[in-house]
Design a binder for this molecule. Sequence first.
Ligand code: SF4
Length: 177
Amino acid sequence: MDQTRLEEKLAELPLYTYFFIDPRELTFSTRVRTVCRQECPMYGKTWACPPGVGSVEECREKCLNYRRCLVIGTAAEEVDITDLEATLATREPHEKITNRVRDLLREEGEAPYVLSTESCAICSRCAYLDGLPCRMPGKMHPCVESHGIVLTDTLEKAGLPFQYGGDVVTWYSLLFY
Ligand code: SF4
């Protein structure tokens, strides 16, 4: 892969940050999975969420099969974060950028494994609910938290805040390659 060429293309995208890490630097914890189970309405509803994604240990092994991880972040400003609908509307542009970065890695001959935000919303009804395999495994991205990854640790090490507070919404994706 030509890292310089990739970074030139990343610089053209509306990312507020990107950085590369060794997947072994990530923190995995079953505590995150507990939060999914107890607090997320999408738990058990899609292949992008637990338990469909496998155990935290299986997810960890999958991530550690890759040499590098590209972390990307986008930020939406002037959002009324008390308005859930307005906040979630900022997710779609992030997903589009994630897909663009995935394609850049593919153009460089990589086969990235992508984790992104929230649950998959490609199909109106996820095949998981009918006990069928995912219809678009090449397009769907499990969410970062579904793999038990403590993203705040990674961002802290990079000197980045997880929440900017006020009226800024930030989203992150991890692309393993
Ligand atoms: S692509 Fe469809 S079947 Fe696959 S995880 Fe997403 S919603 Fe479910």
